[in-house]
Ligand binder design. Structure first.
Ligand SMILES: O=P(O)(O)OC[C@H]1O[C@H](O)[C@H](O)[C@@H](O)[C@@H]1O
Length: 347
C-alpha cells in the first residue's frame, strides 16, 4: 500500500497515455466509503496534491457529478468493496470502466484495453477472483481480512484513499492514534475508560431517561462527515434485537444517532431540542486549537458551543423564561438578552 501510494503521489505511476495521476475516485459504499470520506475531509490540511473524490450510491447523478470535471488520462479509480459484489459499487465500477475505455481505449484490441484498465484501476477487497475478472491486476489489489466489518475498515486497506491523501507517514500516525485508544480501552479502569463511559451513558440515556435520540454535533467543519460515519458504526453494530443466546431482548438497544456541524444546526433543528416536547441527548465536540488564521471566528465558534450546551443542560424551563421576560419588560433589551438564553427566545 505504501509503495503504491508513493508511486501515485510522486507522479511515477502513469496512466495509459503516460500522464501522472491528478485525481483519485474511490468507488464504494457503507464502510467502504464513510470512514475514508470522513478522514480525508478531517485531515485535508495534511494532504498532498492529489484530489480525492468519492462515489457511493447507485444514482447515476452521483458518478456523473464527479466525472464531469475529471480527465480520464489523469484519473485513477479505487474500487473499495470487501465482497466485490455490492450492487451499487459494481454498477459504478462498470460505468467507470466504460468511461475510461471509451476515452482511452476505444479502437484498441481486447489485450490493449486490459492494459488501459490496469493503469486506471486498483482496489481494496477480499475477493481476488472477482477483482481479477474485472481486469484489475493482482498486485494492485490491497487485501484485508474477512473478519473486518465494513464499519471498522478505515483502519485496514480501505483506508487507502486517506494514505494517498496524507501519505504513508501520516497514515501510520493515524493508525497509532487508533492503537492508543485501543490500549486505553483495554487497560483503563471503567471509571476512566472513555469508550466504557460513552457506552454506559448511551444505555442510561436510552433505557432510563428514555431519550428520543442521540445527537453528535461537531463544532468543526473539518468533521463535517463525522456523524455520518458514526451512524453506520453505532447503528449497524448496536441496532439488534437478539442477544448472543439467540433470545429477544427486553430492553432498548442502539440509540437513534444523528447530527450536523455546529453552528449550522443552531439555525435548523436546535429549536426542537431546546423548546420541543421530546428529550434527546447531545454530544458537543469542540476543537480547542484552530488550524486556520481566523482567531476571532474560532472564539465565536467556541462561545456558541459553550452557550448552546450550557443552555441545553441547565437552561430555564418555559415557565421560568416567561416569568423573566415579564419581569424584564421595562428594562433594556441588552439585559433581556443576558437573562434569557438565546435558544429560548422566540425568533
Ligand atoms: O465493502 P462491501 O462488501 O462493498 O460492503 C459495503 C457495505 O455493505 C453492507 O451495507 C454492509 O452492511 C456494510 O457494513 C458494508 O460496509
Amino acid at each position: 500500500m505504501e509503495h503504491f501510494s508513493e508511486q501515485v503521489r510522486s507522479g511515477r505511476w502513469k496512466g495509459a497515455t503516460g500522464k501522472a495521476i491528478t485525481d483519485v475516485v474511490n468507488i464504494g459504499i457503507g464502510g467502504s466509503f464513510l470512514g475514508p470520506k470522513m478522514c480525508v475531509r478531517a485531515l485535508h490540511r495534511y494532504s498532498g496534491k492529489l484530489n480525492i473524490h468519492f462515489v457511493s450510491n447507485i444514482d447515476g447523478n452521483d458518478i456523473s457529478y464527479v466525472l464531469k470535471d475529471l480527465r480520464p488520462e489523469t484519473t485513477l479509480f479505487l474500487i473499495a468493496s470487501k465482497t466485490f459484489t455490492t450492487e451499487e459499487t459494481m454498477a459504478n465500477a462498470e460505468i467507470a470502466k466504460q468511461w475510461i475505455l471509451t476515452n482511452l481505449g476505444k479502437k484498441s484490441t481486447k489485450e490493449k484495453q486490459q492494459k488501459v484498465v490496469a493503469k486506471h484501476f486498483a482496489c481494496m477487497s477480499t475477493n481476488e477472483k472477482a477483482v481479477v475478472d474485472f481486469g484489475i491486476e493482482k498486485k494492485n489489489m490491497f487485501a484485508f481480512w474477512e473478519y473486518i466489518g465494513g464499519r471498522y475498515s478505515i483502519w485496514s486497506a480501505i483506508g487507502l484513499p486517506l494514505m494517498l491523501s496524507i501519505g504513508p507517514k501520516g497514515f501510520r500516525q493515524f493508525l497509532a492514534g487508533g492503537q492508543a485508544m485501543d490500549k486505553h480501552f483495554k487497560h483503563s479502569v471503567p471509571e476512566k475508560n472513555l469508550p466504557v463511559l460513552l457506552a454506559l451513558m448511551g444505555i442510561w440515556n436510552n433505557n432510563f431517561l428514555n431519550t428520543a435520540s442521540h445527537l453528535v454535533i461537531p463544532y468543526c467543519s473539518d468533521l463535517a462527515y463525522f456523524t455520518d460515519y458514526l451512524q453506520q458504526m453505532d447503528m449497524e453494530s448496536n441496532g439488534k434485537q437478539i442477544n448472543r443466546a439467540n433470545q429477544r431482548v427486553s430492553y432498548k438497544t442502539g440509540n437513534i444517532l444523528w447530527g450536523q456541524t455546529g453552528t449550522d444546526c443552531q439555525h435548523s433543528f436546535f429549536q426542537l431540542l431546546h423548546q420541543g416536547t421530546r428529550i434527546s441527548s447531545v454530544d458537543f465536540i469542540g476543537v480547542l486549537k484552530h488550524a486556520h488564521n481566523y482567531k476571532n471566528s474560532h472564539e465565536r465558534l467556541l462561545a456558541n458551543l459553550f452557550a448552546q450546551s450550557e443552555s441545553l443542560a441547565f437552561g430555564l424551563t418555559p415557565e421560568e423564561t416567561l416569568k423573566n421576560i415579564l419581569a424584564e419588560q421595562n428594562t433594556t433589551r441588552t439585559s433581556v438578552e443576558q437573562e434569557v438564553p438565546p435558544p429560548l427566545r422566540q425568533n
